[in-house]
Design a protein around this ligand. Sequence first.
Ligand code: HEC
Ligand code: CU
Length: 380
Amino acid sequence: MNFSFLKGKGLLLVSALTLFLAGCGTNELSTLRPAGEVGREQFNLMVISIIIMILVIVVVTILFTIAVLKSRRSKKGEDFEPKEVAGNHTLEVIWTSIPILLLLILAVPTVYFVFKQADTEASTDADGNVNAEETVINVRAYQYWWEFEYPTEQVVTSQELVVPTDKKVYFNLQGADVKHSFWVPAAGGKMDTNIDGINSFYLVFDDDAAQDADRLFYGKCAELCGPSHALMDFKVKALPEEEYDQWLADMKAVEEPVQASSEDAQRGEEIFNNSCMGCHATTPTSPGAMGPNLTNFGDRELIAGFLEHDQENLEAWIKDPEAFKPDNNMTGNYELSDEEIEAVATYLMELKVEEGSGDVSTLREPAEDEAAEESEEGGN
Ligand code: HEC
Ligand SMILES: [Cu+2]
């Protein structure tokens, strides 16, 4: 290979790029900036193995250089016969025991943490039911979106996973169609979502790290699952425990039917009920039949996991989802005019459950009353 471009301007460019790319690890995305216990343990394992590898490379390089320099023919002369060392006992013991030692240094912590991180016993009680004391979330992966169920709360949401910080969050992972893989790079993982059988593990999200990441971590599908695999992203909203509880209470308090605020939105709701409800759900208790639960769609950061969340993008998505996510399962199942799409989008943007999330007074009243009642009960 020709590295002559590594001179002058080329070298400058490469150095600049190196510096630039070194800044790539952002708080919410990078495995190299772990945001919790599991991520940190995995990061430390990487550090140990890298240190060992560097050590081996350095020692081997030094020995090699010495050998090359000291044993040159020009130094030793034409007739030099090196000493016969084949079968040398001492040498063989040295080069067998050092690798064994290094492998042990690697293996002991690796095996320890593999078992530690797979320990999800606390997520179930003695009868094998979900332990209501712990945060347990069932994850279902679909081509190309994510569903999150809070089994003890009877709450279902999609695309945006909400978790409490500073405690273990247990995940039961399953794939609905093909094999996917659940990965929140900053917090740890990844783990496959298989179709047959459930994989379980836990993650921890530190509150400081969550704050640094504006409370939003990236999640990804890490197993090639079809044409839109690369767009199968999700967000993790990591909230302090009280706010997390509040979110659950808000979700549970959503009333059906949600009152659309304007004529446009009301018309949108009708269209939605006719054309879209067959696949989607707008109540928090059940999954959509074939598509994401949209109960809190208006609160989302993104549309379909990756598009900026605004009316314009939403209309474009409903008009032609195929243009954004090839091979998705929504395409071609309804026919709407542009005004109808605008009305539906207006309606969907109003599906908000969170406190202080804009124009939600019409939706919020029952929710607030119930949440207040609940916290009173909790205080007794
Ligand atoms: C055949 C089932 C089906 C029908 C009918 C359907 N959708 Fe979907 N919808 C899906 C699926 C599947 C997805 C997930 C696509 C993906 O991300 O791969 C989706 C995704 C969406 C999303 C993005 C969701 C999110 O969580 O970000 C919106 C918004 C949406 N649909 C709106 C609509 C509207 C509005 C209609 C009616 C006009 C509709 N859908 C009809 C199956 C359907
Ligand atoms: Cu996938």
